[in-house]
Design a protein around this ligand. Structure first.
Ligand code: NDP
Length: 285
């Protein structure tokens, strides 16, 4: 029976660390780190995510606010908003909540963010920095995965790691971070041949697909560490991951549940990124 990693508890630990460091930052600079979130439109999921981010930021003592725009906002208007946040000295972190309304090019909006304020780590400059080994700001969910692996005491050096999914948001940056920790990394995707075989070889398995319970317990290597990033609605209407948890937990050494595993880490790491961005802008790190 696997150890079940409590993402909620570890995220609370991270938020506590950020709150303490925020106090130190405030004492040294006379101001709080400023996180600014841009929410365009009323996508129901986005509205909830943004509310949670706003609440978490206030709890650790950040300044900043949510910039809400109607779904009729134009791309030009969003670019101008991001441009003004780039210029604003009180703004340390800018996050544009995805998806943006149809007709607006999300990648264009992201590319307009000052890379030093890009706390989602999605700007091409930050993505390039990650792959070239000089760390800029790194996407939050992959950072959360790495912190979970650390808390689990997982040995990464020389381990065979499989990341299922190759998105810019999760799969690719997670692979880059595992590689930086000297794991031997494979990235699988929808065209990967014999995914089951790849899974059976993996000491570390990160599932970031978006397909309910796609990775069967029988595919897991005994003793593997399994991180399930997926957030799906199963046929029963319940939230579930990409891994068949009930069977996988009997084979893996360590596994994250859904909900309560990787999910809570994402906002905690966003707070950490904002603090780092603020410290860097003040020359404190
Ligand atoms: P994307 O849809 O951007 O990427 C999904 C990836 O899965 C793609 O690379 C795709 O391959 C791959 N894939 C799809 N079908 C298969 C298959 N049958 N076999 C192997 N690979 C497959 O999703 P995201 O990366 O944004 O998110 C992945 C999951 O993680 C989602 O469930 C999302 O809700 C969740 N998520 C959770 C977060 C959290 O905080 N817990 C944060 C972000 C995401 P291809 O490239 O070939 O199409």
């Amino acid at each position: 029976m696997a150890t079940i990693l409590d993402g909620k508890a570890i995220a609370k630990l991270v938020r506590g660390e950020v709150a303490r460091e925020t106090e130190t930052f405030r004492a040294r600079t006379g101001r709080a780190p400023g996180l600014h979130v841009v929410l365009a439109g009323e996508d129901p999921g986005s509205v909830i995510y943004v509310r949670n981010k706003e609440k978490a930021a206030a709890e650790v003592g950040f300044a900043g606010r949510v910039h809400r725009r109607p779904s009729t906002v134009t791309e030009q208007e969003l670019l101008e908003l991001v441009g003004s946040l780039n210029q604003d000295e009180a703004v340390d972190g800018i996050l544009v909540q995805m998806p943006v309304p149809s007709g607006i090019r999300g990648d264009r909006v992201i590319a307009t963010i000052d890379p030093s304020k890009d706390v989602d780590g999605l700007h091409p400059v930050n993505a390039g920095a990650l792959w070239s080994g000089s760390r800029g700001l790194v996407p939050c969910t992959p950072l959360g995965c790495m912190r979970l692996l650390k808390e689990a005491g997982a040995v990464l050096r020389g381990a065979r790691a499989l990341v299922v999914g190759r998105s810019n948001l999760v799969g690719k940056p997670t692979a880059a971070l595992l590689l930086a920790e000297h794991a031997t990394v494979t990235i699988a995707h929808s065209r990967t041949a014999d995914l089951e075989k790849r899974c059976r070889e993996a000491d570390i398995l990160v599932a970031a697909v978006g397909r309910p319970r796609m990775i069967r317990g029988a595919w897991i290597k005994p003793g593997a560490v399994v991180l399930d990033v997926g957030m799906n609605r199963g046929d029963d209407g319940k939230l579930c991951g990409d891994v068949e948890f009930e069977t996988a937990k009997d084979v893996a050494a360590v596994i994250t549940p859904v909900p309560g595993g990787v999910g809570p880490m994402t906002i905690a790491m966003l707070l950490g990124n904002t603090l780092r961005a603020a410290q860097a802008r003040e020359g404190l790190c």
